[in-house]
Design a protein around this ligand. Structure first.
Ligand SMILES: Cc1cc2nc3c(=O)[nH]c(=O)nc-3n(C[C@H](O)[C@H](O)[C@H](O)COP(=O)(O)OP(=O)(O)OC[C@H]3O[C@@H](n4cnc5c(N)ncnc54)[C@H](O)[C@@H]3O)c2cc1C
Length: 416
């Protein structure tokens, strides 16, 4: 069913009885050409691009819970392309371009809103380093501009400019960055993949691998064994656990990250703001809630909730940046499990086991990566080659030491 304004009118006039489910709930087949483990943003996008760009239709996405129940439905929805490292910069630049046309591509409104993202600077040194980053972003053809203190005050007058500890000197603004509706991204890719024949199997947990002579033959699941010559791991925070079932040890640690939302408020913050000295980021959802988050929890767990200590830490950072936040009531907080790689950058690659592929290590930045990750992983799975914009994401970099150390986004294992 293709959505259009005429459809909305037609359905409205006929009591909205003709809408169809966005995806089917088929029974698992005994065998597929390819199975993807994980029905998060990356898994569903990979399935969509495999079917759309490479004509592969006999594929299944195996999700242990419900699609969107993982990080893709739990994040703060920030989409940006202001990465500085070679490898990351080309990848995220490509992803932002895909975000711009995603609603049209999927015929589903993912509510991508390029409302701008401001990274605050609090010292001369930081201004220098952000200037350098802005120039790098401009040199590769993306959008960036440096604001001085007066321009920041005009752009976001509610910030704490006189904070003695963290005075604001200026900021790096990327007007083309913004937010998107996370659930809609899940539903849009699921609907698109399903329409192209992909089976989305919910409540289907992968519990083991069938590996013979160093080659994968299929997976064991809570709904029975499924044969497949190609298996694509795409399980974000569960990467280490799932890879361990295949006897692999990854350069990844799992950590909890929390997010928070306040009661609905009148329009207050019309952009995304990142605190330049602490780890705090905030935007306002279309429903009016202020959505924000901070640093990783110190207590590792696979439960999708965080600890109280971090609630206090994040609230403090928020108050240092926007004192008026103290008047808003916090409505909810929740947690997700981050697959933190040792250099803060992701992995999309084959493994040493024939037919077994791996996508993960997205840390706390994988939402914005979904379109580019899905299309790159699909190309690797279909052709055996990664596209050039994702060519740096090989597992072998952890052997050769050729790391993509994106400052401030890595797991910093020494600290935990
Ligand atoms: C609080 C928070 C804030 C964030 N903020 C941002 C942000 O602002 N911008 C940004 O770019 N990124 C952000 N992120 C990171 C981003 O959400 C993740 O990097 C990204 O969503 C991970 O990829 P995914 O969507 O595929 O993961 P997930 O949605 O977690 O998908 C993985 C799926 O695999 C399934 N699975 C696991 N094990 C199995 C198994 N054995 N069998 C079958 N299925 C299995 C899980 O149930 C899950 O549904 C944030 C994350 C959190 C938690």
């Amino acid at each position: 069913m293709r959505y259009s304004v005429f459809d909305i009118l037609k359905q409205g006039l006929s009591g909205n009885k003709g809408w169809q489910p966005l995806w089917r709930s088929p029974a698992p087949k005994a065998e597929y050409d390819l199975v993807i483990i994980g029905g998060g943003g990356h898994g569903l996008a990979t399935a969509y691009y495999l079917a759309k760009n490479h004509g592969m239709r006999n594929i299944a996405v195996l999700e242990k819970g419900y699609i969107g129940g993982g990080n893709v439905g739990r994040n703060t929805t920030i989409v940006r392309a202001d990465y500085g490292q070679k490898g990351n910069s080309a990848f995220y630049s490509h992803s932002l371009k895909l975000w711009n046309g995603l609603s049209q591509e999927l015929n589903y409104n993912v509510m991508f809103s390029p409302r701008g993202l401001l990274e605050l600077c609090h010292s001369d040194g930081q201004m220098e380093s952000y200037n350098r980053r802005a120039n790098m972003i401009l040199a590769r053809g993306d959008q960036a501009e440096m604001l001085d203190r007066a321009a920041v005050a005009e752009y976001a007058p509610y910030l704490a400019f006189e904070n003695e500890r963290f005075p604001i000197r200026g900021g790096l603004l990327q007007r083309s960055a913004g937010t998107a509706r996370h659930d809609a991204v899940v539903w849009g890719y699921a609907r698109g993949a399903d329409a192209l024949g992909v089976d989305i199997l919910q409540n289907c947990e992968v519990t083991g691998f069938d590996i013979e002579g160093g080659t994968v033959r299929g997976v064991e699941t809570s709904r029975g064994p499924i044969k497949s010559a190609k298996v694509a791991i795409c399980v974000a925070g569960r990467s280490s656990e799932v890879a361990a079932m295949a006897g692999m040890r990854l350069p990844i640690e799992s950590h909890v990250l929390q997010a928070f939302v306040t009661e609905g408020l009148k329009p207050f913050i019309n952009t995304v703001i990142n605190f330049g000295v602490g780890h705090f980021y905030i935007s306002q959802s279309d429903k009016g809630g202020l959505v924000f988050g901070g640093d990783l929890d110190g207590y590792n767990s696979y439960a999708q909730r965080g600890s109280l200590g971090q609630v206090e830490h994040v609230a403090e950072a928020g108050m240092s940046m926007i004192p008026a936040l103290g008047k808003a009531r916090m409505l909810r907080s929740w947690g997700g499990i981050m697959d933190m790689s040792m250099d803060g950058s992701p992995i999309i690659d084959k493994t040493h086991i024939g037919g077994l592929y791996f996508n993960g290590g997205w840390c706390y930045g994988g939402f914005k990566a979904i379109p580019a990750s899905g299309s790159a992983y699909a190309q690797l799975l279909a052709t055996g080659e990664l596209p050039s914009y994702a060519g740096a994401y090989r597992l072998s970099r952890f052997e050769t030491g050729d790391l993509i150390n994106e400052e401030g986004t890595g797991a910093r294992p020494g600290l935990h």
